[in-house]
Design a binder for this molecule. Structure first.
Ligand code: AN7
Length: 354
């Protein structure tokens, strides 16, 4: 049977009816790629999988939530949506709004979103407003705007976003034919950890024998780690701009996911994120954006600090939330520069080192 997008596939588990107009770009159904070199390289006693959400139509996991949020907005008669974004939400909202034939307004922090994401919001025809403030300020503004004007808010405080995003947990359970033991993921505004935990709990409710509850391991960047510090960060900073967030909207439900699963929410430094970003691309051939690499950086940190010592062989899934091509500037900055070579055989052979 052909794949018609995640609302069609999971409609039984989603708040849709026959009357819901389905706005889809065939999101979801992303690959769960086994790591082949990383376990040995790290001395990890088990299997590592990458849930490569960069394979979604706009290149990030946001599409899972956006197909739901925009479909429900259209069902409710909305003619325009609005969001604040560190980049990926704006790209996804712009694409799904274009598809639906409605207006899209996005507020982004000036100079702090990756080039690929900005190019997407622009080319899909969204009204792109760069504010001289950060994501947290933008989110406060769009909350106020959407309560006073006819604009549907499509940030992850919109419960339909969480519903759509929970389907990634269903897919992982289906592919592995069991739950993973551990899930490692980045945490920014904390909608995604909330959504995965909801998804895993539902899989567990529906089929407790097969689908146990994994431990949720969330990672924030050192300069943007409000949940770990226990208080908002006024001026969050990290090169992983997607998670440059100081006051997450889904803070409370992220802490619940951590505590109910007996997992952890912890810090990784920009250097640790950078190492994981480069290692995954060079060693596994999988290119994710910097924020996504926080999941692998977290796994590496926990292998190195002995967390898995004396544990039975386990399955760990790292959520690679966005495609590496979103952020070409960081890729170029964090890899060796191309060699300049004269256009003749002798110089080229010498440069290759043959
Ligand atoms: C690649 O686009 O918040 O913890 O405005 O783009 O659910 O916020 C993006 C977040 C992880 C964090 N990885 O997810 C936005 C935005 C990538 C992201 C996160 C984001 P949440």
């Amino acid at each position: 049977m052909s794949y018609n997008g995640l609302i069609d596939k999971y409609k039984k588990f989603l708040p849709v009816t026959k009357k819901t107009p389905i706005i889809t770009l065939l999101e979801g159904n992303t690959p769960l790629i086994p790591a082949v070199h990383l376990p040995e390289k790290l001395g990890f006693n088990g299997e590592i999988y990458f849930k490569f959400e960069g394979m979604n139509p706009t290149g990030s996991f946001k599409d899972r939530g956006m197909t739901m949020a925009v479909s429900k907005a259209v069902e409710e008669g909305s003619k325009a949506v609005i969001c604040a974004s560190t980049g990926n939400t704006s790209a996804s909202a712009a694409a799904y709004s274009a598809r639906a034939g409605i207006k899209c307004v996005v507020l982004i922090p000036e100079g702090k979103i990756a080039l690929g994401k900005l190019s997407q919001a622009l080319i899909h025809g969204a009204a792109v407003l760069e504010i001289d403030g950060n994501f947290d300020e933008a989110l406060n503004l769009v909350k106020e705007l959407s309560s006073n004007y006819p604009l549907s808010l499509v940030n992850s405080i919109n419960p339909f976003r969480i519903e759509g995003q929970k389907t990634a947990a269903y897919e992982i359970c289906e592919t592995l034919k069991q739950s993973p033991d551990y899930q490692f993921m980045p945490v920014g505004n904390a909608g995604n950890i909330t959504a995965y935990w909801k998804g895993y709990r539902e899989c567990n409710d529906n089929n407790p024998e097969f689908f146990k509850l994994p431990k949720m391991m969330g990672f924030q960047a050192e300069g943007a780690a409000p949940i770990v510090l226990g208080k908002p960060v006024e001026n969050p900073e990290t090169f992983a701009t997607a998670i440059r967030i100081g006051n997450p909207a889904s803070w409370k439900t992220a802490v619940e996911a951590r505590d109910e699963s007996k997992g952890a929410i912890d810090i990784v430094s920009d250097d640790e994120i950078r190492e994981a970003y480069q290692m995954t691309a060079a060693l596994e051939g999988v290119f994710c954006e910097p924020a996504s690499a926080a999941s692998i950086a977290g796994l590496i940190k926990y292998v190195r600090n002995g967390y898995f010592k004396n544990k039975k062989p386990i399955k760990a899934v790292c959520i690679l939330t966005g495609n590496g091509l979103k952020d070409p500037d960081n890729a170029v900055k964090n890899a060796a520069a191309p060699k300049k070579v004269k256009a003749n055989m002798t110089d080229i052979v010498a440069a290759i080192g043959l």
